[in-house]
Design a protein around this ligand. Structure first.
Ligand SMILES: NC(=O)c1ccc[n+]([C@@H]2O[C@H](COP(=O)([O-])OP(=O)(O)OC[C@H]3O[C@@H](n4cnc5c(N)ncnc54)[C@H](O)[C@@H]3O)[C@@H](O)[C@H]2O)c1
Length: 371
């Protein structure tokens, strides 16, 4: 699957104002914590969407969700909700370990699904989710939003136009100097599948892989380290008081992915790293040119001269909520009309294979094959 850049039209927030002949997509939420509100804010602004139910195991989360978004029905069990509400579509915003089960149940109940990133805990779970979507004939989208970012789109258009030749090397960094989430279950390996690699490395890998034209990963090597999050700390940080007693994930993960075409992707992801400051970036070298995501620049030869080009304007003020409006709009359009998804389950599976490869290599202490 070689994905093309998204046209500027679909980047336009105005796209959110479409209507389908008065028909509304009835969307239910499974998981009403932090990120569900960003989803709900995006969907609440769409005239062709109605939020019909919320599911969470914590009653207070349901109360807040109802108060903010005027949701008529609340449940503590998604199975009961699916049976009684019969929504058209479901947004799955639960912790990673609770992505597969509600997604498969919702698809089996005939719903379209948007599942948050990472798609699941491992590639095997992703495959079951994709199979359920195929069987049901429903849309399964993965909550990747950074491919819509104007910087990504600028570089993708340049790559599609042949400016860089073949991409040989990608360096991807999702590095926090000190940023262990102090909410949810982000420090618990059995509930999340891992730490920064699966939580934020996933974002940088997905946009880099999309930019590269989605080559097939074939091998991985890497390692993970835990040295800070599992101990009490007095260091002054923006997110203090995380639960160090239940912290079982890595602080830092480094990986190399080899692709079928010979390209290499290096990924660095941390909740804790002794670096100057946080980094959120990728850079790359191709046979004809290179570049970087932030600030968006390209490095090429022009008129027998080595030239560095800084993009002057890559798009409007596309902030975090706007990226969610774009990703959810693409999903809603696909549910309503069958138009193509920008980030289908297959994209989630490819990324999951890379994450899994790094973790498997870390456990095995050697390079592993990705099937
Ligand atoms: N795309 C992004 O940029 C982005 C940003 C943040 C989070 N996320 C993803 O969204 C997911 C949720 O993250 P969050 O920050 O909202 O976490 P959170 O802990 O704030 O919310 C998760 C909610 O799910 C509920 N839940 C847990 N088990 C449940 C079950 N069995 N049935 C129903 N509800 C259940 C919890 O009670 C909680 O309210 C994670 O997978 C995370 O990776 C994505």
């Amino acid at each position: 699957m070689a994905e093309k850049s998204v046209g500027t039209e679909s980047l336009a927030i105005e796209g959110a104002k479409k209507e389908y002949k008065g028909k509304k997509l009835r969307v239910a939420f499974i998981g009403c914590g932090g990120i569900s509100h960003t989803h709900a804010a995006a969907l609440a602004g769409m005239p062709d969407v109605e939020i019909v139910a919320g599911v969470d195991i914590i009653p207070e989360r349901l109360t807040v969700f109802q108060e903010r978004w005027g949701v008529p029905k609340l449940y503590e069990s998604w199975k009961k909700m699916l049976k009684e509400v019969e929504p058209d579509a479901v947004s799955v915003c639960t912790p990673n370990g609770v992505h597969k089960a509600p997604t498969v149940d919702a698809l089996n109940a005939g719903c379209h699904v948007m599942v948050e990133k990472p798609m699941a805990m491992n590639p095997g779970e992703c495959e079951k989710m994709i199979a359920a979507a195929e069987k049901a004939g429903k849309q399964l989208a993965v909550g990747f939003q950074y491919r819509y970012h104007p910087n990504t789109q600028f570089l993708k258009r340049s790559a599609d136009g042949g400016e860089f030749g073949d991409i040989m090397f990608m360096k991807c960094q999702a590095l926090r100097r000190r940023g262990i989430p102090n909410w949810g279950v982000f420090g618990q390996k059995e509930k999340q599948g891992g730490g920064p690699m699966i939580d934020i490395g996933v974002h940088i890998i997905e946009m880099a892989h999309y930019f590269m034209g989605s080559p097939k990963p074939v091998a991985a090597t890497g390692n993970t380290w835990t040295y800070h999050g599992n101990k009490p700390s007095k260091v002054v940080v923006p997110w203090p008081n995380w639960d160090y007693k239940t912290y079982t994930v890595e602080d830092l993960a480094i990986g190399h992915i080899r692709f079928e075409n010979g390209a290499i992707l290096q990924v660095e992801a941390s909740f804790v790293a002794h670096i100057e400051k946080d980094v959120w970036n990728f850079s790359f070298m191709g046979t004809k040119g290179g570049g970087q995501w932030d600030p968006p620049m390209t490095f090429t030869d022009r008129n027998d001269t080595m030239v560095n080009t800084a993009a002057h304007y890559v798009g409007g003020d596309v902030d975090f909520p706007a990226l969610f409006r774009i990703k959810l709009r693409n999903w809603v359009d696909a549910c309503m009309t069958g138009s193509p998804l920008e980030a289908p389950g297959e994209a989630g599976l490819a990324v999951q294979k890379m994450l899994d490869g790094v973790y498997r290599s870390a456990a095995a202490g050697k390079e592993v094959t990705i099937k």
